[in-house]
Design a protein around this ligand. Structure first.
Ligand SMILES: Cc1cc2nc3c(=O)[nH]c(=O)nc-3n(C[C@H](O)[C@H](O)[C@H](O)COP(=O)(O)O)c2cc1C
Length: 173
């Protein structure tokens, strides 16, 4: 098995993080890998909002706790940064584009030893009464629709994760 294949098979979604920050250089590499993902007609009708400001992370956590009516909610699992992807509502392929960008970033991060988790849960941020302010904080282009979020960081000490797959969900014809 080559290194890329091994990385794909061994990557797991990590749901508990330590405080260690992701370097700016690594973040830029990860985001660039998302920008280079395949996308419908190369229209590139998606936008990446990279949040690494602790203040903004705390603001979003507070808002999501309010929305969920759960003061203990930990929507980013303690990760120090999150990338929200939003998309042009006119684009019929935007969700697929976002998914392709996410997987590029996830694998790029894994290759750099950085853990991540593909998430839709943090979209609850946009059901808050201040959603428009949050979209401004994220510098989302006007009318763009939030699609998904990628948390990034380093797993908490002692955190282990396993996953399974149903290998029958395939037909070779
Ligand atoms: C579209 C999508 C949405 C997801 N949303 C969440 C989420 O909101 N919260 C969460 O904890 N994990 C979320 N996940 C991660 C899945 O739980 C995880 O990929 C799945 O359990 C398989 O585990 P693995 O990635 O470690 O193989 C999401 C994954 C995908 C692809």
């Amino acid at each position: 098995m080559n290194d890329t294949t091994k990385l794909i098979f061994e990557r797991r979604s990590v749901k508990a993080y330590c405080d260690k920050l992701v370097s700016g250089a690594d973040l830029e590499t990860i985001v660039e890998s998302g920008l280079w993902a395949p996308n419908g007609r190369n229209l590139q009708s998606r936008f990446f909002s990279v949040v690494k400001s602790p203040d903004l992370m705390d603001k979003f956590i507070g808002a999501i706790r309010e929305v969920r009516n759960d003061p203990a909610a930990n929507p980013f699992y303690g990760a120090p940064c999150v990338i929200y992807i939003s998309a042009d509502p006119e684009s019929t392929m935007a969700d697929l584009d976002a998914g392709a960008a996410m997987e590029n970033m996830i694998l790029c991060a894994a290759s750099l030893g950085i853990d991540s988790c593909f998430m839709v849960g943090p979209l609850s941020l946009f059901t808050h009464a201040d959603a428009d302010t949050f979209k401004e904080d994220l510098q989302m282009p006007e009318n763009y629709r939030p699609v998904c979020a990628l948390i990034l960081g380093y797993r908490a000490d002692g955190y282990t994760v396993e996953s399974t797959r149903d290998m029958t969900k395939v037909a070779y014809i």
